[in-house]
Design a binder for this molecule. Structure first.
Ligand SMILES: CCCCC/C=C\C/C=C\CC/C=C/CC(=O)SCCNC(=O)CCNC(=O)[C@H](O)C(C)(C)COP(=O)(O)OP(=O)(O)OC[C@H]1O[C@@H](n2cnc3c(N)ncnc32)[C@H](O)[C@@H]1OP(=O)(O)O
Length: 280
């Protein structure tokens, strides 16, 4: 039954987008169904580049503005990888203007997701470090595939960087202060059973059941009247979001200062080099 709710929407890097004559959404079809699936598709690892962040925001905005939509399942089109997090190449060796544009896009996506009026369910079908984990944490419910390789967590410290306060807040609001502090300081990536135990995800299911479980959960959340659920979500989340909204520019300046430091650039380059050498 729940299968009837779904229709697809693919988020891809701009270079992979279909030509303008072939729009992303088949709105008439999706209109009838009310739930969209956002599949991240930026191979090989679904890193969150400026283009992907921008496309994601645009797609969410379209769905928010189309009042026939009530829910979105966020998942990945890259086998075994939900998202490798922020695209590290966007934070390395670029201009100040680029860093500012990139960080504003990260903020924008977080705000859109965190305060979305839609029901967001993360169907986490792959590894999900840092920014990938953050996306899932902004959702209302997380279903993780039971595969020991599918670690999830905010591992920023292992890269020599620091999760900003609003990443931290999102985690604290999900798992509580003590678990968040330990996870953030140690840069912990949790395998599925551990992620479930600490509350980082709500359900762990066999890999082939992630999507159907997300659909069943969606049906449950959609059974609640929208206005009551939305106001409750806002009550829970707005104070956290407002802290960033009130100081967005200062947060960007903070990021610029931080990421431009020689020591931070060196850490990020070393981490990227390590990733690239892994194959060789
Ligand atoms: C009080 C002071 C507070 C100050 C705070 C102020 C500001 C905050 C400052 C900074 C905050 C920065 C926040 C960052 C959040 C992030 O999201 S950082 C990204 C973290 N991500 C990771 O650690 C994941 C890294 N990737 C992996 O572990 C693996 O790639 C994988 C996802 C597990 C997949 O493994 P697999 O073996 O399948 O693939 P490869 O490793 O071979 O990768 C293929 C290809 O992709 C490249 N790549 C991987 N991840 C990224 C990435 N995140 N960005 C860009 N590129 C990536 C990899 O290098 C390979 O490239 P190739 O060799 O050229 O093919």
């Amino acid at each position: 039954m729940a299968q009837d709710l779904v229709d697809g929407l693919l988020i891809k890097a701009r270079s992979h987008l279909p030509p303008p004559s072939e729009p992303l959404g088949k709105l008439s079809k999706r209109d009838r169904k009310g739930v969209a699936v956002i599949k991240l598709k930026n191979p090989p690892v679904n890193s969150l580049s400026l283009e992907v962040l921008t496309e994601f925001v645009i797609s969410l905005e379209k769905l928010e503005n189309d009042k026939t939509f009530r829910g979105v399942i966020v998942t990945s089109d890259c086998p075994g990888i939900f998202s490798a997090g922020l695209d590290l190449t966007e934070m390395c060796g670029k201009s100040q203007a680029h860093y500012a544009e990139f960080w504003r896009a990260v903020q924008e996506l977080w705000l859109r997701l965190y305060l979305s009026n839609l029901v967001l369910i993360a169907a986490i079908n792959g590894v999900s470090p840092a920014g990938g984990c953050l996306i899932s944490l902004t959702c209302d419910y997380r279903v993780l595939a039971d595969n020991p390789k599918y670690n999830i967590g905010l591992n920023e410290t292992l890269l020599g960087v620091v999760a900003p306060s609003w990443f931290k807040d999102t985690l604290v609001n999900t798992v509580g202060h003590r678990t968040a502090e330990r996870a953030l300081q140690l840069g912990l990536l949790f395998p599925p059973a551990e992620a479930l135990r600490v509350g980082m995800v709500d359900q762990v299911v066999p890999e082939d059941q992630v999507h159907s479980t997300a659909l069943s959960v969606m049906a449950q959340w959609l059974a609640v009247p929208d206005h009551a659920r939305q106001l409750t979500k806002s009550l829970m989340r707005k104070p956290t979001a407002d802290r960033l909204v009130k100081q967005r520019d200062a947060d960007i300046q903070y990021f610029l200062q931080f990421v431009s430091r020689d020591s931070i650039q060196k850490s990020l380059r070393m981490y990227l080099d390590k990733l690239r050498q892994k194959k060789g």
